[in-house]
Design a protein around this ligand. Sequence first.
Ligand SMILES: *[C@@H]1O[C@H](CO)[C@@H](O)[C@H](O)[C@H]1NC(C)=O
Ligand SMILES: *[C@@H]1O[C@H](CO)[C@@H](O)[C@H](O)[C@H]1NC(C)=O
Ligand SMILES: *[C@@H]1O[C@H](CO)[C@@H](O)[C@H](O)[C@H]1NC(C)=O
Ligand SMILES: *[C@@H]1O[C@H](CO)[C@@H](O)[C@H](O)[C@H]1NC(C)=O
Ligand SMILES: *[C@@H]1O[C@H](CO)[C@@H](O)[C@H](O)[C@H]1NC(C)=O
Length: 271
Amino acid sequence: MRYFAPLVLLAGLVSSKPTPTVQNATLYLCSDSTAANYNPATTPIQGFGYYLGNYLSTNFVNRARGGRSTRSFINEGLWGQLLDMLVPGDYVVIEMGHNDNGTPGTGSDVGKDRAVVPGIGNETVTVTNSTGAEEVVRTFGSYLRQMIKDVEDKSATVVLSGMVPTMSWSSDNKTLATVWPFTEYARAVAEEQKVPFVDHTKYSVARQQALGYTAAKAMYPLDNTHTDAAGATLNAESFVTAVKCASGKWKLKQALLGNNPNATAVNYPCA
Ligand SMILES: *[C@@H]1O[C@H](CO)[C@@H](O)[C@H](O)[C@H]1NC(C)=O
Ligand SMILES: *[C@@H]1O[C@H](CO)[C@@H](O)[C@H](O)[C@H]1NC(C)=O
Ligand SMILES: *[C@@H]1O[C@H](CO)[C@@H](O)[C@H](O)[C@H]1NC(C)=O
Ligand SMILES: *[C@@H]1O[C@H](CO)[C@@H](O)[C@H](O)[C@H]1NC(C)=O
Ligand SMILES: *[C@@H]1O[C@H](CO)[C@@H](O)[C@H](O)[C@H]1NC(C)=O
């Protein structure tokens, strides 16, 4: 984590008003258990947000919370809390999808209230949620559009990120899945709304595929979703790679990584 002094503008033109550029943005991470912080003394699992700040040129605040989806992050007020912290020039990375799966209002969604309607359209389903209230549940894309607007209303920059994979390998254990629906929804919404997208999925999959099934599996001590510290570090580094390799006009590499030497040392090819 680095703190930058405000940019000093050398006033060449006496009459021009200096632009108050404060090089002290904070990046907030909105995500789930795959990114959350865990106490290393009490569990072998760790989320990538625990390490991500070490690679950034911005300040970093990890607001990832286990078990949350776009829908429940908003409904439980976690999103409102994040928005309240934003100041103009900040960044918000939204990486969701692990808990957005499922059928709203039925089966395993009862009591969790987190499944969304798949896709990015405007269709809805109305369910009775665990508070007994009727809730209009929207698509993943619809929640993301709301979040994008909320961040832009605060004059901050939103970055959509593809979720990290789980241990979903082919039956011969040779190939880790490369296509993740919630990543594709996020990518499509980013294109539609003209906001930056970082393909965290692709670069995490590439690293784990290069390790192979057995070495990758060793980073998932409890289940097939949650990594240990090594897996969290891999996922922090693959986020850095995704930022370096992101396309578009946003200059994310410069804005988020600057010349942080830890980020410079992460050297994997763009694909
Ligand atoms: C930069 O941000 C940090 C953390 O929010 C804050 O403590 C510090 O005062 C800020 N510095 C400037 C120069 O704005
Ligand atoms: C680089 O990472 C180390 C931990 O590995 C951390 O202590 C250090 O603060 C990081 N450097 C920067 C500039 O963020
Ligand atoms: C969804 O609704 C928004 C806002 O009303 C509208 O701009 C957009 O075109 C709609 N998208 C689709 C796929 O119908
Ligand atoms: C249940 O639905 C109501 C009405 O939409 C909503 O305000 C509330 O946040 C929902 N509760 C949960 C736990 O999702
Ligand atoms: C794949 O890995 C699983 C879990 O370690 C193991 O049970 C299974 O036998 C492996 N399959 C093959 C084809 O090697």
